[in-house]
Ligand binder design. Structure first.
Ligand code: KIV
Ligand code: ZN
Length: 528
């Protein structure tokens, strides 16, 4: 990607599917990644970092599928400086209309000495070789000196100079462990500009982690210092405390544009929907008071505030909720709505569905419309995301019976369809009806999964609201997360549990694949 001519344009590089997917418990399959990537394209991000192709065949396949189908953004694949990594990244992204290879190596002594167990000279050599190798394949090459903010700035500058000499078109300065402070990061970048004048001819990028809660503040400081690409993730997901949150940095630049003078290409009205999709598919809920997309971000509790907002919205609101796509809940369907009306309503929500998916969605819609007078856009969105998730290969909840009473322990029996297509059943008497269902699922599948988190939310307000449940469980040291949607909380809980179980089983397979690859690889494949 060439540097935009407009000096005030900030490129948004979304890493939800790469750094974001490295969050504990998140394991998205190709279909889910495609769904998120399509929505990121609608959101108008400039670059989608679709994955780290060398890490597993599943990651490779997902990056390739995104490169082949998602139009608009540049599609990037991550690679260490090894030839095999770069070749895998290239093979995964090469069918994209605008592919990118993002290669990285640490420049901090702490990483060089303890993790890479090598020397600064070797790091320079590896950076040079990696960028040169990637450049044989394509023009758009990004280079990151990992852990830069804890590294010697002079040495990092030398490595960046090498990357630029070899043709890197974007240089990204990561605050890998979320250690830096805004004034320090800004000074670091300013010094880099002094030491590497060629940085002005490429795109300078920032990538900040949130370990001290400063990821957005640091990214903003970086932009003020001259960076014109921000690496960020939807809902701020990512390694440990996460990455800079896309919605926060974008809305900061948008809301204060008159003062800052910078802008992005993001369609802010797609923010809320993207956030909901990512939250549903990853199982990572958004805290209620989260800036921009938390359910309370535009709620006013105090009487004085409510009074002010009723008189004039701007008394207590610096943004209009509709600007981020909240309160766009106008579609309403009922039990008499037909298949075509459903298809159209879904298209308005950005879901192009037909064939079997439409049939299943229609069947679920009818079931829900029978129980709920009005089915809103939020309901449809929850329902469809649930259906798309249902296509995941794994266990399926076929049916369940629960006997609940305050006078004797609840008893559940479940029927589960295994990935091989066989129906297995299991029963359990638990502490509560949900516990009984979860343990009956364990009994049916012969697994020893342990529940770590369970949450129930209502998709919309009202007594007949759809319930959305979220489960995180642990299976043999691996976590899995899943969600379920239904008018019946117990059914939603059961669905969420089998999905979390399927996800944990899949993750166990990925870990085994990575371990097998490690035996062949020169050093462990550790996600940055
Ligand atoms: O945090 C980090 O340093 C990374 C790099 C790969 C950019 O994720
Ligand atoms: Zn990172």
């Amino acid at each position: 990607m060439t540097k935009p001519e407009d000096p005030n344009r900030v490129l948004i590089f979304d890493t939800t599917l790469r750094d974001g997917e490295q969050s504990p418990g998140i394991s998205l399959n190709t279909q889910e990644k495609l769904e998120i990537a399509g929505q990121l394209a609608r959101l108008g991000v400039d670059v989608i970092e679709a994955g780290f192709p060398i890490t597993s065949p599943g990651d490779f396949e997902a990056v390739q599928a995104i490169a082949r189908t998602v139009e608009g953004p540049v599609i990037a694949g991550l690679a260490r400086t090894h030839v095999a990594d770069i070749d895998a990244a290239w093979n995964a992204v090469k069918d994209a209309p605008r592919p990118r290879i993002h290669t990285f190596i640490s420049t901090s002594d702490i990483h060089i000495e303890y993790q890479l167990q090598t020397t600064r000279e070797d790091v320079k050599g590896q950076a040079r070789a990696a960028v040169a190798h990637a450049k044989q394949y394509l023009d758009d090459v990004e280079f990151s000196p990992m852990d830069a903010t804890r590294a010697d700035v002079e040495f990092t500058a030398e490595v960046c100079q090498i990357a630029i000499d070899e043709g890197a078109t974007t240089v990204n300065i990561p605050d890998t462990v979320g250690y830096t402070m805004p004034h320090e990061y800004s000074a670091f970048l300013t010094r880099l500009y002094e030491l590497v004048p060629g940085l002005r001819d490429v795109v300078l990028s920032v990538h900040c982690h949130d370990d001290l809660g400063l990821a957005v503040a640091n990214s903003f400081a970086g932009v003020r210092a001259g960076a014109r690409q921000v690496e960020c993730a939807i809902n701020g997901i990512g390694e440990r405390a996460g990455n800079a949150s896309l919605e926060e940095i974008v809305m900061l630049l948008h809301t204060r544009q008159a003062d800052i003078g910078l802008h992005t290409g993001v369609n802010t009205r797609e923010i809320a929907r993207t956030s909901r999709l990512v939250s549903r598919l990853t199982g990572y809920s958004v805290q209620p008071n989260k800036a921009i997309i938390g359910r309370n971000a535009f709620a006013h509790e105090s009487g004085i505030h409510q009074d002010g907002v009723l008189k004039e919205r701007t008394t207590y609101e610096i943004m209009d909720a509709t600007t981020v796509g909240l309160e766009a809940n106008s579609i309403v369907l009922g039990k008499h709505s037909g298949r075509h009306a459903l298809q159209q309503a879904l298209a308005e929500l950005g879901f192009e569905v037909s064939g079997q998916t439409l049939n299943t969605a229609f069947k679920r819609f009818k079931e829900i419309a029978d129980k709920k007078k009005q089915v809103t856009a939020m309901d449809l969105e929850a329902l469809l995301t649930d259906e798309l998730r249902g296509e995941v290969v794994g266990y399926q909840l076929e049916w369940f019976d629960v006997e609940a009473s305050s006078r004797r322990p609840p008893h559940a029996t479940v029927g589960i369809r295994t990935p091989e297509g066989e129906e297995v059943t299991g029963s359990f008497t638990g502490d509560g009806p949900v516990d009984a269902i979860f343990r009956a699922i364990n009994a049916a599948t012969g697994s020893e999964a342990k529940l770590r988190e369970f949450r129930v939310d209502a998709v919309t307000g009202g007594q007949d609201a759809l319930g959305e449940t979220s489960v995180v469980l642990e299976l043999g040291g691996v976590t899995g997360s899943g969600q379920g949607v239904s008018t019946d909380i117990l059914e939603a809980a059961g669905r969420a549990y089998v999905r979390a179980l399927s996800s944990a089983v899949r993750r166990q397979g990925v870990t085994a694949e990575a371990e097998a690859a490690t035996e062949a690889a020169p050093e462990p494949i550790s996600a940055p």
